[in-house]
Design a protein around this ligand. Structure first.
Ligand SMILES: NC(=O)C1=CN([C@@H]2O[C@H](COP(=O)(O)OP(=O)(O)OC[C@H]3O[C@@H](n4cnc5c(N)ncnc54)[C@H](O)[C@@H]3O)[C@@H](O)[C@H]2O)C=CC1
Ligand SMILES: O=C([O-])CC(=O)C(=O)O
Length: 328
């Protein structure tokens, strides 16, 4: 174990997704089997016992790659020297709520954490926001860290992407590994647009394999409302699949995607007409440790309308948090 450990800060470490994430990171599933990690666990005082218990269990796993575990309820200490910041800690929604309903409850968490990242994290820090509403919380954090390059702030839409892959593969009766070219556009919310226009299954256009009405109707609804479906069936919001998606996102960001495409919410530079500065989901690849939006895809009138609706929601969330004084 001669490589320098990477410092990974996990917020909400006493909660469900935090718990489902940290053991896989410590095992090497996120950064590779030869990369030691140091975990920093951030909680609020009420959540600290849960984080302490998780830390005891981490010790009991005797992970060879785990170079240390530190707990804190102070964002400054928790993000000090962080190379990766996984912002999970925040309240989940319950049945009958939309994720946007969490804006006022959760938004206030992300300003102070963004500021602490700006002041204390390592120069190469990369941030992923999982806590809902993830895109706008990422925007809040990014706005509080003006000295960190904006492209280091992202939000998780990989869970939506993975759901879209799984549901398409099931419909086509194909292995998930045959599926490529799906895009999740926009917000991690019910307005998101899972787009099969450019998707392939074993190299064939997906829209030639599955029914086009399904692809542009029931499929979109099922993917976009899968979070609510899980809440209804499980009695609580997604945990293991969310942790898995967060790990997929960071692994691909750091280690690269190759030619394969995925989806991530990144700070818009105006690609596909999405207003600059919004944290919106796009088709992406990662090379050299940076996400790149895949440009030049054809966007027909149907897709344009769906993307526009989700982006309009992002604009209204941004305006709402600005009104609440949360953008700093
Ligand atoms: N983007 C995505 O795809 C998904 C996002 N989520 C979201 O992830 C978030 C976490 O979900 P769960 O782990 O299931 O919730 P949970 O309630 O089990 O855990 C949340 C933890 O965050 C802690 N926390 C609250 N404020 C904090 C702060 N300021 N600093 C540090 N920790 C803080 C709480 O004490 C709690 O232990 C929720 O907002 C949920 O909606 C969930 C699934 C998918
Ligand atoms: O639906 C929720 O509230 C949790 C979540 O973000 C998801 O499962 O996609």
């Amino acid at each position: 174990m001669s490589r320098t450990p990477v410092t990974v800060t996990i917020t909400g470490a006493g909660g469900q997704i935090g718990y489902a994430t940290m053991f896989r990171i410590a095992s090497g599933a996120m950064l590779g089997a030869d990369q030691p990690v140091r975990l920093r666990l951030l909680e609020i005082p009420q959540g600290m016992r849960g984080a302490e218990g998780a830390a005891l269990e981490l010790a009991d796993c005797a992970f060879p790659l785990l170079a240390g575990v530190e707990l804190s309820d102070d964002p400054g200490a928790a993000f000090d020297g962080a190379n990766l910041a996984m912002l999970i800690g925040s309240r989940p929604r319950t049945a009958g709520m939309e994720r946007g309903d969490l804006l006022s409850a959760n938004g206030a968490i992300f300003g102070p954490q963004g500021r602490a990242i700006g002041e204390r994290a390592a120069d190469d820090v990369r941030v992923i926001v999982v806590g809902n509403p993830a895109n706008t919380n990422a925007l809040i954090a990014q706005q509080h860290a003006p000295d960190v390059p904006a492209d280091r702030f992202t939000a998780l839409t990989r869970l939506d992407h993975n759901r879209a892959v799984g549901l398409l593969a099931a419909e086509a009766g194909a292995p998930v590994s045959d599926v490529d070219g799906i895009t999740i556009w926009g917000n991690h919310s019910a307005t998101q647009y899972p787009d099969l226009s450019d998707a392939t299954i074993a190299g064939r256009a997906a829209l030639d394999v599955v029914d086009a009405d399904w692809a542009r109707g029931a499929y979109i609804d099922r993917v976009a409302k899968r979070g609510a479906e899980i809440i209804e069936v499980r009695g609580g919001s997604s945990v293991a699949s969310a942790a898995n998606a967060a790990i997929d996102h960071v692994r691909d960001w750091v280690l690269g995607t190759g030619e394969r495409r995925t989806s991530a919410a990144v700070v818009s530079r105006g690609e596909y007409g999405v207003p600059e500065g919004l944290v919106s989901s796009f088709p992406v690849r990662s090379t050299g440790g940076a996400w790149e939006v895949v440009e030049g895809l054809a966007v027909d009138a149907f897709s344009r309308e769906r993307i526009g609706a989700s982006v309009a929601e992002l604009v209204s969330e941004r305006d709402a948090v600005r009104e609440l004084g949360l953008l700093g």
